[in-house]
Design a protein around this ligand. Sequence first.
Ligand SMILES: [Zn+2]
Length: 224
Amino acid sequence: MSNNGFEFEVDKCINLDKLTLSTHPALDMERLKESVKETTNVSEMDKMNGVQNGSPHKRVDDVLEWHEYFMASAFLVAKRSKDPVTRVGAVIVNEDNKIVGTGYNGMPIGCSDDEFPWDKNTHDELDSKYLYVCHAEMNAILNKNSADTKRCKLYTSLFPCNECAKVIIQSGIKEVIYMLMCDKHKQKPATIASKRMFDAAKVHYWQYIPQHKTIVIDMYEGIP
Ligand SMILES: [Zn+2]
């Protein structure tokens, strides 16, 4: 995805009638929950986990809560990426919980995915993807279908690099919800710089813990 060294793969399974989204198969959920305590606002976790509807009326029991819905959408968008190593998705949501922009990491318009390189560590820098690829967060902002993204939230499958952090701040986004941040990259300059800028610009960022490790979409659900 970027030159900050983040690497992950979205575990995926697309059949004719079902689409399965899941987090990285090697993701240790308990460890993630432990690590997230360091970065997640307690009230956010309460809001995510403590909401129970006491209504006596019949209702479906598999409704995705907002955070899960938007983060799953980010993972779905990531499936559009042709990056063979790191596929990232981002979704921008306004104050009315409406999606106003989506993006994934890919080559600029007019720059063929087949002609431009996806390699990482090349002898010649010009043969590396880093000089060309547009990150998911930046694409989501550029793809917005609203006048602006002021006071919006951005959901992303991977913690933003410093370049995307700049764009996020300049676009007026005030909250970043991310899914993954590899432990070994927490001390990378790009990560530290992102946090430093977010803190200074008062952009709230926190790590999301999914309620479900896997979400299955039945493409024929509801069709008699
Ligand atoms: Zn980036």
